[in-house]
Design a protein around this ligand. Structure first.
Ligand SMILES: [Zn+2]
Length: 114
């Protein structure tokens, strides 16, 4: 089941992309043809968002994540979680620190490399 009820999917290679959430999940939210991240477009409160999905364990400092308060937050730092290597601890600008399972997908703003 999709996170947002009006999600659509595309890739910058402009080849047709599956519209099946579970299938895209299987492909790690990556285009099976060109290997770039799938772009997820949805509307929320009248505003269009275009994001990619990355596992929390693959995030990097300065990535902008669209988090549970439906706002974008810059990652200020990433560290280990004491006694739990299934999670990473993210420090988010304007939000604070939060431990997130490494396998969990978070939505990120597009950056120059995506
Ligand atoms: Zn592609």
């Amino acid at each position: 089941m999709a996170v947002y009820n009006n999600e659509t999917y595309s890739c910058s290679c402009e080849r047709p992309v599956s519209d099946d959430y579970d299938e895209l999940m299987k492909f790690n939210w990556t285009c099976p043809i060109c290997n770039k991240k799938i772009r997820v477009t949805f509307n929320l409160d009248g505003k269009q968002h275009i994001v990619i999905r990355k596992r929390a364990g693959k995030l990097k400092k300065y990535n902008m994540v669209f988090y549970i308060d439906w706002k974008y937050h810059e990652i200020l730092g990433i560290s280990e979680v004491y006694n739990d290597d299934s999670k990473v601890y993210l420090r988010l600008r304007g939000f604070g620190g939060v431990p997130v399972p490494k396998n969990e997908y978070l939505e990120c703003a597009l950056s120059g490399n995506d």
